[in-house]
Structure formats: structure tokens, C-alpha cells
Design a protein around this ligand. Structure first.
Ligand code: FES
Length: 342
């Protein structure tokens, strides 16, 4: 038996087939519910369950921890009655088709000791429409998926750029680093997720990235430059040590094109001769912006960084609906956005 779902305040309606998750049904019917990992971990899909009941047959509800009681994770929830959901829909994503396509690895470029830059070429005459900051999945032969943020901006879509971190024990990243030849053919699905640059806002922007969480932020900044953005952007990039930074010339290039752009690298285990910022990246953000309430903040990186940022920013007065995040694991876990995604 299928169930009927109503969303508020948008007043959209969609049906959910037996056993189907709310998110899968919504995306199938063009309703733009927010989401990220699709794995019960990141909390991006959390919505308010105003009426009705849901079940979690997968048992993957990690992101429910600490959330208000009426929270529902649409990526895992299966309805057991008709429902009313309170949710801020993301119309821009609903308008873009999610496609499954073959692609060829056109180039591999080592960015630092553990990050590989991969360029993917789609078949002739094919383009992937996406929003700056979204991600894609590789679909492996056995059906497993690996998720990675798209690091280029949509206007430069002749190739797709990914930043892949080598994960000890990560089968796919070991393959990418050690044996995957250029010209390999892979299958991708995308674009995915609702982490993208909101252009319908006039607030200044703070971006906070950890490790390869830099990738989607790079795509957003390049998109902002292309669009002639006049809102200030401050990018804070948290890594352990100097050797973890990469594409070191880019921020300077960006500041020439985007006069109000500011770049702040933050090292948690600084090299002895480092004279820049140190410590947690969210602490550096708040030291410089003790009142973040007037900003839009984009966070991309490991869940622990994103969660720490979310808690600290909220405590400092930033509303949750002005925080946009993409949390991913660096793990060998089969369904995690494992080797640097978002
Ligand atoms: S927890 Fe549902 S999309 Fe991440």
C-alpha cells in the first residue's frame, strides 16, 4: 500500500511506494527535499514530522542523535501512515535531472602526498548539469558506490574534476592511486546532494573546509567569480600540516578576480616554521567573526568538523537555515563518502 505525503509550507504532495524511503520517492517525483549522504549519517535530510509515523528498517539513524523528537531522516525513513512534513525544500535541485553515465578518466594529477586530482570526460555531446558544490557517485562493478564532490564550476563542464584522498584500507582509493590507468572507463551517477551555493541571498559568505572538503568550495568560488559575485567570501581551510594544503596558487588567483575574497589556512598540527593560524578551523572562523548571525556559512569536511562548526556557530547566533553543510567520512566503509567526497 502506498502512502500520501504532504510538505509544508510548500504544499507539495507525493506518493511513497511500499518499502521506499521518503527521499527516494520525493526525488523520483521531482520534490526537492534537502539531502547529503543518503546514509543516515550527515543530518542534511532532517525534516520535521508534523503528522504520521515512520519506520527505519535500515537501522541507520546516527544523525538522529541530539535532534528534537519530531525529527525525521528522510533518506532512511519509510512511512507507515500518510504524513505531513515540515521542510525547507530545495527547488533548484529538483529541477536538475540525476543521470547515470559512463565517463573516461582523462587525467590524473597528484596534488600532494595523499590527494589525487582526477579529471573525467563524459561521452561526446553529453554534459552533466549540476550546481556548484554538488557531488557524484562512482558506481562500481559490484554495485557499491563511492561519492566525491565535484570540484569544478558548472560553466567549465568539458571535464569533471574530483579531489580524491588516499584512504588507508580504502579499496577504491588504492585503485585510483596505484593502478587505475588514464583512459579507464567508469560509471557515474549525479549530480547529487543539496550542498550548493545559494545565489538568492545577499549575505556575505564564510566557507569552512576540512581536507578535501576544499573541493566543493573550490567549485563554488569559481562559480561565484564566473557570476560576478559581489558578496565577500572568506575561505577557511583546515588541515593538519602544510603538506596537506594543495593548489596553493589558487587563492591568490581568486583574490585578483574577487576583490573581497579572503583565504585563511588553519593548521591543527603546525609545522615549526608556520606563522599562520593554528588550531580548530571553526575556532578560527569564530575568532574572526564573533557574531556570525549575518552570514551564510558553508561547511564541508569530516562530520566531526562540520558538527563542531554547527554547534559553535549556532551558539554564537547563526540560524540553522543559514548553515549549509556537506559532511563525509574518510573511511574504507562501503557506503561512506569515503575517500573525500561530499
Ligand atoms: S542523514 Fe540523510 S542524507 Fe545524510
Amino acid at each position: 500500500m502506498s502512502f500520501k505525503i504532504r510538505t509544508l509550507p510548500a504544499e507539495h504532495r507525493f506518493d511513497v511506494e511500499p518499502g521506499e524511503t521518503l527521499l527516494a520517492a520525493a526525488l523520483r517525483q521531482g520534490v526537492g527535499l534537502p539531502y547529503g549522504c543518503r546514509d543516515g549519517k550527515c543530518g542534511s535530510c532532517a525534516t520535521r514530522l508534523l503528522e504520521g509515523r515512520v519506520d527505519y528498517p535500515s537501522g541507520q539513524t546516527e544523525a538522529l542523535e541530539g535532534q528534537p523528537e519530531d525529527t525525521c531522516l528522510t533518506c532512511q525513513a519509510v512511512p507507515v501512515s500518510d504524513l505531513v512534513l515540515g521542510v525547507r525544500e530545495v527547488a533548484a535541485v529538483a529541477r536538475i535531472e540525476v543521470r547515470t553515465l559512463p565517463c573516461r578518466v582523462s587525467r590524473k594529477e597528484r596534488l600532494n602526498h595523499d590527494v589525487m586530482r582526477l579529471f573525467l570526460k563524459l561521452p561526446e555531446n553529453q554534459r552533466l548539469r549540476f550546481l556548484a558544490g554538488q557531488y557524484l557517485d562512482f558506481i562500481l562493478r559490484d554495485g557499491r558506490r563511492r561519492a566525491f564532490s565535484i570540484a569544478n564550476a558548472p560553466h567549465e563542464d568539458a571535464e569533471l574534476e574530483l579531489h580524491i584522498r588516499h584512504v588507508p584500507g580504502g579499496e577504491f582509493t588504492a585503485y585510483v592511486f596505484d593502478s587505475m590507468p588514464e583512459k579507464s572507463i567508469l560509471r557515474i551517477q549525479g549530480p547529487l546532494g543539496t550542498f550548493f551555493l545559494r545565489e538568492d541571498s545577499d549575505r556575505p559568505v564564510i566557507m569552512m573546509g576540512g581536507g578535501t572538503g576544499f573541493a566543493p568550495l573550490k567549485g563554488m568560488i569559481e562559480h561565484a567569480i564566473h557570476r560576478g559575485f559581489d558578496r565577500p567570501i572568506a575561505l577557511y581551510w583546515g588541515v593538519r600540516a602544510r603538506r596537506d594544503l594543495y593548489l596553493a596558487d589558487l587563492p591568490e588567483t581568486w583574490s585578483k578576480r574577487l576583490p573581497s575574497f579572503r583565504f585563511v589556512p588553519v593548521l591543527s598540527e603546525p609545522d615549526p616554521d608556520w606563522h599562520g593560524r593554528t588550531g580548530f578551523v571553526h575556532t578560527a572562523v569564530l575568532e574572526d567573526h564573533p557574531d556570525p548571525s549575518g552570514y551564510d556559512v558553508y561547511m564541508s569536511g569530516p562530520p566531526i568538523m562540520v558538527e563542531a562548526g554547527r554547534i559553535a556557530l549556532e551558539a554564537a547566533g547563526l540560524a540553522r537555515d543559514r548553515m549549509f553543510s556537506d559532511a563525509f567520512e574518510y573511511a574504507a566503509h562501503p557506503k561512506a563518502k569515503d575517500d573525500g567526497a561530499a
